[in-house]
Design a protein around this ligand. Structure first.
Ligand SMILES: [Zn+2]
Length: 353
């Protein structure tokens, strides 16, 4: 699957399929706050930052809105989109940058010990990811961390390993990649990944690394989005990549097939809020670079929708009746414009309460 050419079978969708809503409300707070934070510690051009954020958002909005509606798995849609996606590079703090546009957000730490990537993007984006990495520094790629097992974070494992990256991940990431794994929520069955794509440096609870003059703290979340989620913290630069426990401005996917649940997502969101300060740069699995107030907003949205859906389900309502009551109504305009719309998200919450 990871090499079988599925991405070549149909043409990637074009901009005309993108939703009509303006992306401005999704990016403005992050742009302002992060640009301010970065200006305080690094000579990053605000204009450059805002421009790359806007471009990243445009790339995201090439994604069709209702990818479940036409019966096509989001796996195919996301792979196809990655074949032509632009990769946008944003320098954060210290020697940490983010590449946006191919699957989940990719964090990159540069330096003499070789580049370290958090997440691998989609293989179809290899030429543009390579170009973006070369634009950051001439250091070879030596290290790759998978934030969790999902394909939009691990699809590029094999080629990155082939150019020299050792792959580090939670043991459940290797477990799921090693075998045939069905994700009901995506209507998709993943075959075992090739040997070269499997993480070889595994940990259970926590792992600390020292590379390129930076400390990295990797810690496993109790099951949340999946049972393999970890956060990757760069304490000196005060940056944290929180995997898919945070979708900034988007309803999240929750993978019940491999241990995820709405309650686990809420616990992870609480832990994320407690772990950061107002100055922390938060890299979400999907969506623009974020901050503490956006983590709080995301946590509050999860809690509110969960309470509404739970009350309806406990009152004996079927899923169709709950959907008709529109429990995400207050949130659809802001959070429903990406892969998961209000209906999809209601279904994911209903399953777990
Ligand atoms: Zn995921």
């Amino acid at each position: 699957m990871r090499r079988n050419g599925l991405t070549k079978t149909s043409k990637p969708r074009q901009r005309c399929d993108a939703p009509l809503a303006t992306p401005t409300d999704l990016t403005q707070p992050a742009s302002k706050d992060i640009a301010g934070a970065m200006n305080a510690v690094a000579p990053i051009s605000r204009r450059h930052f805002l421009a790359s954020t806007a471009m990243a958002t445009a790339a995201v909005w090439l994604m069709p809105r209702r990818i479940f509606a036409d019966g096509e798995s989001p796996v195919i849609v996301i792979r196809n989109a990655a074949a032509t996606a632009t990769i946008n590079v944003t320098k954060l703090r210290g020697n940490v940058s983010v590449l946006e546009g191919s699957g989940g957000n990719i964090a990159v730490l540069t330096g003499r010990d070789g580049k370290l990537l958090v997440d691998a993007g989609i293989t179809a984006s290899r030429p543009r990811i390579t170009e973006a990495l070369e634009g950051l520094s001439s250091d070879p790629v030596k290290h790759l961390i998978n934030s969790h097992w999902h394909f939009d974070h691990t699809d590029g494992n094999e080629w990155l390993h082939s150019v020299g990256a050792e792959i580090t991940a939670h043991e459940n990431t290797r477990k799921h990649l090693s075998v045939t794994t069905r994700v009901e929520g995506w209507k998709f069955t993943f075959p075992p990944a090739p040997e070269g794509a499997l993480p070889t440096k595994l940990f259970g609870k926590e792992l600390k690394l020292h590379l390129n003059g930076a400390t990295l703290v990797l810690e496993h979340y109790p099951p949340a989005h999946t049972d393999s989620d970890i956060f990757i913290q760069f304490p000196e630069a005060d940056i944290i990549h929180v995997a898919d426990t945070f979708w900034n401005g988007h309803f999240p996917f929750i993978d019940y097939s491999t241990g995820g649940s709405i309650d686990g997502m809420i616990r992870a969101a609480e832990a994320n809020v407690a772990r950061v300060t107002e100055k922390t740069i938060v890299v979400p699995g999907h969506g623009p670079i974020g901050n503490k107030s956006q983590l709080i907003e995301f946590r509050d949205m999860l809690v509110s929708v969960r309470e509404k859906v739970s009350a309806l389900k406990k009152g004996g309502r079927s899923l169709d009746e709950v959907l008709a009551a529109k429990p995400t109504g207050d949130y659809d305009a802001k959070w429903g414009g990406f892969v998961i719309d209000g209906k999809n998200f209601t279904g994911l919450v209903y399953q777990g309460v």
